[in-house]
Design a protein around this ligand. Sequence first.
Ligand code: SF4
Length: 206
Amino acid sequence: MKPRKPSIVYWLGNNLYLNVTNRCPNNCYFCFRNFTHTLKGFDLKLRREPSPEEVIIELQKVINQKNWDEIVFCGFGEPLERLDCIIKVTKWIKKYHGKAVRIDTNGQGFLLNKDRAVVEELKEAGVDRISVSLNAHDTTTYNQICRPDFEDAYESILEFIEKSSKEFDLEITAVTVPEVDLPKMQEIAKEMEVKFRLRRLISCFW
Ligand code: SF4
């Protein structure tokens, strides 16, 4: 049987999604990648990371097929592992199609891009929305369920949320796992003046 080609671009409902990396500094016990390589028939296990030009070529094939609501950087990995790719592709989307762009992230963009002005660069590229999978109400719980490579991951995520919320339409999310104290998460969202969304335990970020 011919092996299925990995999908760089895939779609769910009215959104187009961009799968630009499979790398991630976390190892969440509930990560979708632990259970499958596919989602709704799309193979999201990349054999190699696509260049920004390859992402754009794949986008061109489908971007005019529907009046998509949003184009979302969200795949089997952490998109901010590839800041330059996000910036280049977002600029192209904004220049030629003017579509809303969202990044679904674990919020570790500062740790992954220490020498960069991440928030400013994303803003300048034209990103509209950011959804941060905070996933825990404190550091201990985060380290327990998300098992980050970075020691100070949780603190850095809070800093990322605080700075990004001034520039983008931003929400924080959590998955429905028993370790998470949802009222406390709602409190964090309220204090930081951002939206809160609960995600069903079916996927990475969606
Ligand atoms: S759920 Fe998201 S943040 Fe966690 S390991 Fe998977 S891709 Fe990374």
